[in-house]
Ligand binder design. Structure first.
Ligand code: PLP
Length: 397
């Protein structure tokens, strides 16, 4: 006898993974250069040289027994302190090692937060569409709680605060916020965040318990216009837990390193921090990878060269809108989320597949009628794929 819900998950890959595997099979057959794989968010920009240098230096200079040994469950003290100081420089905060818990990427950070905040099977976490699909797995199968989905606000993909207000109830534990957003590329404006903070303060009072924000921020630094500001949520709402990852900012998705930030202002700070530690323990993480904790400390505040994503964004947005695709201009992350043309999103993405163009149906992100194009690819791949997007527009409109 096996756990039926995890069995079902293991038997069925996500659509993104399915497309990624399909792309690999096609590449083996027709050559990698003939497959236009926009399915997965695997950064194509290499990690900066400072990451490689940091790895060499750690291996050459530090005691291997320490480098590869267990660290404290919450992460090595000096690592957390260094990252906290970097946050303080950037956001004018006063964090210390006490506020950070190092994790196995954002996925672990999120799973830990859902677990830490779940008290009963009736508990609900609100997910704002369009959303990163794994939230549903982490909340449902992972924490044993219920995801409640708020539909997207078409036109700009900011948060629909009225719909959110209707979705909040006595069982709401937290709202998951992801900005810059996967899959829309949208950055929630300061006005949106102020509205969200006001609403959650009011609802927390109404229901007599805190409703948290879980701010999922793997794309924090990936913004492309000088005037785009990503509001730092703890400055707007006290009960905010931040889930951060170096997967995208330092192009290290396979190394699995990130953190949960638990600000002092969170209600019952000491207990909340302890619950995060307990959740990490229950989930068996033990500690985040030791070598890459050290790398993260040495590279705190740095990023890969993000300029290629800005170039790709401009190229795709300009061309797709010229071909007649309707889309919100992405301000960050490395995704663009246009409407599909003439047919539903699954049919459109299947048709695109016939040309070895791999894009993901919006339904998977809670937004039917759209497709996600992941542009963390070589610019040349986009240039060569544009005639296919144009052809699809002509054939489907
Ligand atoms: N959250 C969002 C919105 C993501 O897009 C991703 C990965 O693509 C994750 C979380 C998971 O990131 P990590 O690789 O750090 O686990």
């Amino acid at each position: 006898m096996l756990n039926p819900s995890v069995l079902a998950l293991g038997q069925k890959r996500s659509t993104i993974r399915e497309l990624f595997e399909f792309g690999n099979r096609r590449a083996a057959k027709i050559g990698r250069e003939n497959v236009f794989d926009f399915s997965i968010g695997n950064p194509n920009v290499p990690a900066p040289d400072t990451v490689r240098q940091a790895i060499f230096d750690i291996l050459n200079q530090e005691d291997p027994a320490v480098t590869h040994g267990y660290t404290s469950a919450q992460g090595a003290d000096f690592v957390r302190e260094t990252i906290a100081q970097d946050l303080n420089r950037r956001f004018g905060t006063a964090y210390g090692a006490r506020n950070l818990y190092m994790t196995v990427g954002a996925a672990a950070a999120l799973s830990i937060c859902f677990k830490a905040l779940t008290v009963s099977a009736e508990d609900e976490f609100i997910v704002l569409a369009p959303y990163f699909p794994e939230y549903l797995v982490f909340i449902g199968e992972g924490a044993g709680a219920k995801p409640v989905i708020v539909p997207p606000r078409a036109g700009d993909f900011q948060i629909d605060l009225d719909a959110l207000a209707r979705a909040i109830g006595p069982h709401t534990r937290a709202v998951v916020v992801n900005s810059p957003n996967n899959p829309s590329g949208v950055v929630y404006s300061e006005e949106t965040i102020r509205g969200l903070a006001g609403l959650l303060a009011q609802k927390s009072q109404e229901f007599g318990q805190p409703i948290y924000i879980i701010s999922d921020e793997p794309y924090r630094e990936l913004v492309y216009d000088a005037d785009t500001v990503v509001p730092f949520l703890p400055q707007y709402y006290d009960n905010t837990l931040v889930c951060y990852s170096y997967s995208k900012s330092l192009s290290l998705p396979g190394e699995r390193i990130g953190y949960v930030l638990i600000p002092d202002a969170v209600q019952d700070f000491a207990d909340t921090y302890a619950a995060v530690c307990g959740a990490g323990r229950v989930l068996g993480y033990v500690n985040a990878p030791s070598l890459f904790q050290r790398v993260a400390a040495r590279c705190a505040g740095q990023t890969s060269d993000l300029s290629v994503y800005a170039k790709n964004r401009d190229l795709l947005y300009g061309a797709l809108t010229a071909y007649g695709y309707d889309c919100v201009k992405p301000q960050g992350a490395f995704y663009i989320f246009p409407q599909t043309l003439g047919m539903d999103d699954y049919a459109f993405c299947e048709k695109a597949k016939q040309y070895d163009l791999l894009v993901v149906p919006g339904t998977d992100f809670g937004a039917p009628g759209y497709m996600r194009i992941s542009y963390c690819v070589q610019t040349e791949t986009i240039e060569r794929a544009l005639p296919i997007f144009e052809r699809l527009a002509r054939e489907c409109r």
